[in-house]
Structure formats: C-alpha cells, structure tokens
Design a protein around this ligand. Structure first.
Ligand code: C2O
Ligand code: CU
Ligand code: CU
Length: 669
C-alpha cells in the first residue's frame, strides 16, 4: 500500500508523569508518537491532495483518532491509549479533514499487535499431550500428597488442564494452624518521642480472612505492624525478636540511618536466627513516609504480613497544606485458596519469574477499607505498596473526588500536580490529598489492563479496595481555597537548585537488567522464548497462576549487569565518597528473556529521577525506589550522603531473593 521510497518509523513515547509510568484510570498506557518520515512526495503528485495526516486506530479499525498533520522529518503527535495500535498516514485534501478518505501512504503497528490468539494455547496443549517430551519435562509433574496446593485459577483465564499437575521443585513451607496462636489485632498507633525504645516481635498470628481462619505472621501480634510516628531528627531504639522459622533482619526502608542498623543480612549484620534478637538504633533525618520489613525471605515473611509504616513528621507546621484528616494505607495482595495462603518454597522462592501475584487485595491487612467523610473534606492519604510484585493503579469511582499528588518517598515534590489515578510500585510511597466534593459513596479501586496470553486479549481487572461514605453535611474548616491551588514548594526548589547543574551530567554507572534460567518446568521455556508472547510495559496482573508458581529460585537467576565490566549482582564493585553525586542509568531491555518491570531500590541514600527514556523529568522529588517499566531507560542522580555498605536491588521479593541485588560502598568524607 505504501508509496515507493516513502519510509518512516513511529516510536511510542511514554509521556511525563509524577509516577513510574503514565496510564489512564482504566490502566491503559498513554503514548505520544514520534514519527520520523522520509521520502514523502509532494501530496499533489498523488492526486487531489494538499497535505499528509497521521491517524491511530485499533486492529478493528475502530475508533480512528486523528493525530495531526505530518511531513518529512520528525513530528511528535498524540496522545493515544490503545492496547494495540495501528498507525496510518494518508494524503488528504485538507488539514481540516475529520475522517480519513485520501490515499493511504504508510502504515505500521505497535508490538502488541503481534500477539496472536491460540498460538500459545496450541503450543501448550500440543506439547503437554505429547508422550515423547524429554523425561526432564516431567520432572516437575507430581501426583499425590506432596504438601502443595495448586493456587486458585484466574477467574477469567483458562489454562490447559495439564498445567494443573505441575509442582514447584522445592519443598513447600506453610505455617501450621494451632488454636494456641493468638488472633491478630489491627495495628496500633505508636506516637514515639525522641529516645523512645520499643520491641518488635515477629511471630505467628491467626487471622480471619474471607471467612477462613489462617495462620500468618505479625509484628507484636498486629496487622500491619504498629504504625510508628516520630518527628524528624529523632532517634528510637528497637529490639527485634525473631519468632519466625527463618533467619532474617529488619530493614528500615528509605531511612538514611546509621549503616550498622540498616538490617541487611550478610552486609550490615548477621541474620537474626529464629529465637534471636537484634537491637536497632534508628535515626530519622528526613520527614517522609517509610516502612519496615524483614530483609531476607521477604517472599515469605513480608508476604505473610510482616510490614509496618513509619511516618516521620516535619517540624515545620507549613510543610503540607492544611487537610482535615489523614489516612495511612498499606496496599498488599495475597495468594490464598480454600486452605489458606498458597504454600511458599522452603529453601527457595516460588514465583521466581513474575513474583507472587495475589488473587485478593488487602488494605492495612484487611480485604476492605472503609471510612467516612463530610462533603468538601480534604483527606491526606499516605500510600505504601508492600506487595511482593503488584503495581497498583488506584483511582476513585462513585461520588466525585479530586486528587493531587504532593509527596513521595523522602519528601515533597517541587511542584504538586493534579492526578486522576496513582501508579504505585512495590516499596514506593505517595502522599495524595483527596477532596470529597460530593456526598455519596466514593470507592477506591485498582483498575488495570490484564493480559490473557492464551486468547491474546487484553481485559480490564477492576478490584475494589475500599470506600468512603461522604455525608452531605459540610466539612469544617473548609480547605477549598488551599486545596484548589497547586503548591510550588519554594524550599524544595531551593534545595534542588544545589543539584540542578548535575541533572544532565554524563552517566557514571549503568545497570542493565536480565535473567538466566536453568531447567525450568517444561511449558515455561517455550513461553519465555515464544515470539508471540508480548511484553507489556508493566505486568499488572498474574493471569497464569498455574504456571507462575512453578518457576522457583532453583532455576531462575535475575541479574543486574554492568555492561562496561560484565560484572553481575554481588560482584559489581562501586566505591564512592560522601558528597559524591553520580548519574546512574537503569536499562530494562524489552528483548531480554522474560522482560518485565522492576522497582529498583537503593538503601540509605536518596536520588532524583532526572530523565525517563531520555526525556527530562520535571516531577522532581527525593526517591529511594523507582519503577523501571519494560523497555524503559531511567536515569537517576544519586546523592551519596551516608557512609557504609549499601544495597541496591529490585524490590520484587522473588527477584531480590534470586540474585537481583548488589552492594556499593561509600567512604566517609
Ligand atoms: Cu524495602 Cu532492601 O528493601
Ligand atoms: Cu531499603
Ligand atoms: Cu525485579
């Protein structure tokens, strides 16, 4: 269909966002399109035409969106939100046409269009039924009582039944039920003064979830762990007591504390054995929202409920704009069937490729969060994602709300922004101010585009997380005036001015993300290499639980690789000095084996995201965790302010446990 000599490329660009990736409240990825076109002849040589127009549509050719006028050279047009995109360039009689009627000169498709239905289904069904598959392929099949309970199926995606016989190649781990184990209590609020000392005991608790009594873990018998509130620049003492079955340590995520108390086993301390204790001194230099969790076997311990928030308050009363009230929400998911949580791997994680997606969502450890407000109330919501691998896309439905994002991991944005939804990756934190404009019920939901790889189809997953009943009576005081205006925080701007000249310094260190596998259960190998397996920028959901759980840490090794030296993970040697500023480039190559998103976290320091895919980031805020979607290149300016040995790792629990971590050293000034 194309014209001789005319060629072009169209690149899907992810627009700027205060979050790791720009999506709509429905979870559709947003894109602008950068065209590079050569060889288009003068339109009049093709017929009664005066111009070229670019269009975007779906494979069904509906709807068709007019992107705009295009000519030879580079043009960026947008915005589109299709799951799969077809791009057309036509010659038209006028730039004002609203429908394509002229001659088609170029066309192209997005990568998602290559995902074909049935290919994978045929492959799996055919190969699983073959009797001549190599013996090794059956090694992971099991029959009879082996201690494993297959995870619940996804309600909308059916897999070949043969997959149901697969088992992980590690011994299962589950907590035994015992009526002597205490019933967990909801978390308490601990307002701690400077110098306070507390105990943090990790031990089994019984929970009643979805009508069944299950055994999980809790800090001090609570779910989540106690919510600790302190003023900035205070110090607390914490005695950790480990009554779990695994050696571990407690990490104070995001806090720039003394290296000795960072809680990184084998890096800053010996793991605390079952029955052992460790005394932490935690100093909080920065106002912000943090959390604590075990470090070592997070895939088991954190997933079973060991996590709690740390809210560090600024001593400046004007730090945030006024709000009527606060809510502090920890977002999680849990993979749970009739018999309780799906077993974990005793010696190595299950779900080593995708990470463990839960089939239910939890807010503060409960299936449903409820609250009340009055009309016009401004509620400051502190969000922490503590799930093993799930990226949430939160929005409000029902009674009208407005929302702005004001802060993230270690403080406030230079500039607040209005948002319709919040994308939050594992270990990230965001603070949003929400105004409940109308009376009624405002529902907090997670809405994403999930992929059924068998049918090659995208579908919506919409899961309720909670609801706020908004009463008709007006909230007092009324903060409408301050809420309606976006703040630019002059003190944050002034602070970042000290770093601005370094934003586009050259890259000092690069890490690319990849994977190595040993012998995987049979159907996973073709799945990983198979051409038609499309890799979305973010895997928002686990739609193949029967396959996901059988890839274990025995066969999967996730890798951070330094391209310059070829060094990987714990072999990477970086050495800095306090006061250094370094540019770090994180490259998540879409062509890597089993490419997926990774939330990358750095201990004990803070960084600014300076560019995403080469586009300067204007949504600046101090971070310790950044989501790097598939195919993205993310640049961060890392400030080395804290001496010691510090970890850099992926925060997908199953990825850190299967290799995706490194340590760098910071010498004192
Ligand atoms: Cu929250 Cu090393 O991590
Ligand atoms: Cu950390
Ligand atoms: Cu990862």
């Amino acid at each position: 269909m194309s014209i001789d000599g005319a060629t072009g490329t169209a690149r899907l660009l992810s627009p700027a966002s205060p979050f790791g990736v720009a999506v709509t409240p429905a979870g559709e990825h947003q894109y602008d399109i950068q065209f590079d076109v050569q060889g288009l002849p003068a339109p009049s040589t093709l017929g009664p035409y005066r111009t070229y127009v670019a269009w975007a549509t779906t494979p069904q050719m509906h709807p068709v969106v007019k992107l705009g006028v295009i000519a030879n050279g580079r043009t960026t047009l947008g915005r589109i939100t299709f799951d799969r995109t077809l791009i057309l360039i036509s010659a038209e009689s006028s730039a004002a046409v609203s429908e394509r009627s002229g001659r088609l000169v170029l066309r192209g498709t997005s990568a998602a269009v290559r995902m074909q239905p049935h290919d994978l289904a045929f492959l799996l069904a055919g190969l699983l039924d073959r009797s001549d598959v190599p013996a090794d392929a059956h090694a992971h099949h099991a029959t009879g009582a082996d201690g494993w309970t297959p995870p619940p199926m996804h309600p909308e995606v059916s897999m070949p039944p043969a997959l149901m016989t697969l088992r992980p190649d590690v011994a299962p781990y589950a907590l035994a039920t015992d009526d002597a184990i205490p019933l967990a209590r909801p978390r308490e609020l601990l307002q701690l003064g400077d110098g306070a000392s507390i105990n943090r005991t990790a031990a089994p608790v019984r929970r009643v979830l979805f009508g069944r009594t299950v055994t999980m873990l809790g800090f001090n018998g609570q779910y989540p762990g106690p919510l600790i509130q302190v003023d900035e620049r205070s110090t607390i003492q914490v005695r950790f007591v480990n009554h779990t079955d695994f050696p571990t340590a407690v990490h104070w995520h995001g806090v720039r504390l003394d290296n000795r108390f960072d809680g990184a086993p084998h890096v800053t301390q010996d793991p605390v054995p079952p029955g052992g204790t460790f005394d932490y001194t935690v100093h909080f230099p920065d106002a912000g929202l943090y959390w604590y969790h075990p470090h070592h076997r997070e895939d088991v311990l954190q997933d079973l409920g060991l996590y709690g928030n740390l809210l560090v308050r600024s001593r400046d009363p004007g730090f945030f704009a006024p709000a009527n009230r606060e809510e502090i929400l920890m977002l999680d998911d849990l993979l749970i069937g009739e018999a309780g949580p799906t077993e974990y791997g005793r010696d190595a994680p299950t779900h080593a490729l995708m990470g463990r997606f839960g089939n239910v969502l939890l807010v503060n450890g409960e299936p449903r969060w409820t609250s009340t407000a009055r009309r016009g109330e401004v509620v400051r919501v502190f969000l922490t994602n503590v799930s093993s691998t799930r990226v949430f896309n939160l929005s409000w439905q029902g009674a009208r709300t407005r929302m702005k994002v004001v802060a993230s991991d270690l403080g406030r944005y230079e500039q607040e922004s209005w948002v319709d939804n919040v994308v939050i990756a594992p270990a990230e934190r965001f603070v949003v101010d929400v105004r409940f404009d109308d009376a009624g019920e405002a529902r907090l939901v997670n809405r994403v585009r999930a992929i059924d790889h068998i049918q090659a189809r995208f579908f919506e997953e919409l899961q309720p997380l909670g609801a706020v009943r908004v009463a008709a009576g007006r909230a007092t005081p009324d903060h409408a005036a301050t809420f309606n205006r976006l703040r630019r925080n002059a003190d944050v701007v002034a602070e970042f001015d000290r770093y601005r000249s370094q934003f586009d310094r050259p890259v000092d260190h690069q890490l690319s993300i990849t994977l190595e596998t040993g012998s995987l259960p049979f159907p996973l190998t073709p799945l990983m290499n198979f051409e038609s397996v499309y890799r979305h920028p973010v895997e928002w959901s686990g739609t193949m639980p029967e396959m996901d759980w059988v890839a274990t840490g025995k066969a999967v090794r996730w890798i951070l690789r330094e391209p310059g030296t070829g060094r990987e993970n714990m072999d990477i040697r970086w050495r800095f000095r306090v006061g250094d500023l370094v540019k770090l480039r994180l490259v998540n190559d879409r062509r890597a084996l089993h490419a997926m998103q990774h939330p990358i976290h750095i201990h004990g320091q803070r960084f600014l995201v300076t560019a995403v895919n080469g586009v300067p980031n204007e949504h600046r805020v101090w971070k310790d965790t950044v989501l790097v979607p598939t195919g993205f290149t993310t640049d961060v300016l890392l400030e080395l302010s804290n001496p010691g040995k510090w970890m850099l790792h992926c925060h997908v629990a199953e990825h850190i446990e299967t290799g995706m971590r490194m340590v760098f050293e910071v010498d004192p000034k």
